[in-house]
Ligand binder design. Structure first.
Ligand code: PRP
Length: 218
């Protein structure tokens, strides 16, 4: 199959930090057990969140240091919302919340049909004031891109205007589909893998992230 050229998608960012690359390698290892896998997903989410929030706006408040009063920047918890795509996204949201504990969390339930590989919706709950927040969707895997595309569509219908997506591993097919659907939405990935196989699994990938986070591997 011809290699997909992703260079034209300027909204796609691979977070090439050695710490992220190292931890993704540990996730790929089939011998990494459930508790280590879950911990490493959380650590990667923190590192990716640090990079993806680099342009987040801050506001100055007055703070009294032991020496004097000054103006210093803060991030308002009312400016953000994290949205994990269930189930696997739950593994990342804990890491994001370690960065900014007061942030509100929305949830979108989607599962991918094993035969058609199409996402099926089953749950939605999020803060009502989405339009004024920056939304960070988190899901470890971007395979066909169908789940992420549906999640953005749903959040847009609910009024969200400022959305980014953070995944851990992306397939070129999913990146292409997402970036063509939403060229204005930043897509961050820890690694860009080679391709999808005939079951729409990412290769080399790390298996099923949800199953490995929650210990439901057959
Ligand atoms: C996985 C993954 C994404 C989706 C990616 O979830 O966590 O949500 O598939 O595939 P796509 O890009 O082709 O849509 P899955 O459906 O296995 O559900 P789970 O998180 O409950 O395991």
């Amino acid at each position: 199959m011809a290699k997909i050229d992703l260079s034209k998608y300027k909204n796609f960012h691979v977070l090439n930090h050695p710490l992220i690359q190292h931890k993704i390698t540990l996730l790929r290892d089939k011998n990494t057990n459930t508790s280590d896998f879950r911990r490493i997903v959380k650590e990667i989410a923190q590192l990716e969140g640090y990079e993806a929030l680099r342009d987040l706006k801050t506001t100055n408040i007055k703070v009294s240091t032991p020496v004097e009063d000054t103006q210093a920047p803060i991030i308002s918890k009312n400016d953000l919302c994290f949205v994990p795509i269930l189930r696997a996204g739950l593994g990342m949201v804990d890491g994001m919340l370690d960065l900014l504990p007061g942030t509100k969390v929305g949830h979108i339930g989607l599962y991918r049909d094993e035969q058609t590989h199409k996402p099926h919706f089953y749950y939605y709950k999020a803060p009502k004031d989405l339009p004024k927040r920056k939304i960070l969707i988190v899901d470890p895997m971007l395979a066909t891109g169908g789940s992420a595309i549906d999640a953005v569509k749903l959040l847009r219908e609910k009024g969200a205007k400022n959305i980014s997506l953070i995944c851990i591993i992306a397939a070129p097919e999913g990146v292409k589909a997402f970036c063509e659907a939403y060229p204005e939405i930043d897509l961050f990935a820890g690694a860009l893998d080679r391709c999808l196989n005939s079951h729409a699994f990412i290769c080399p990938g790390l298996g099923d992230a949800g199953d490995r986070i929650f210990g439901t591997v057959e």
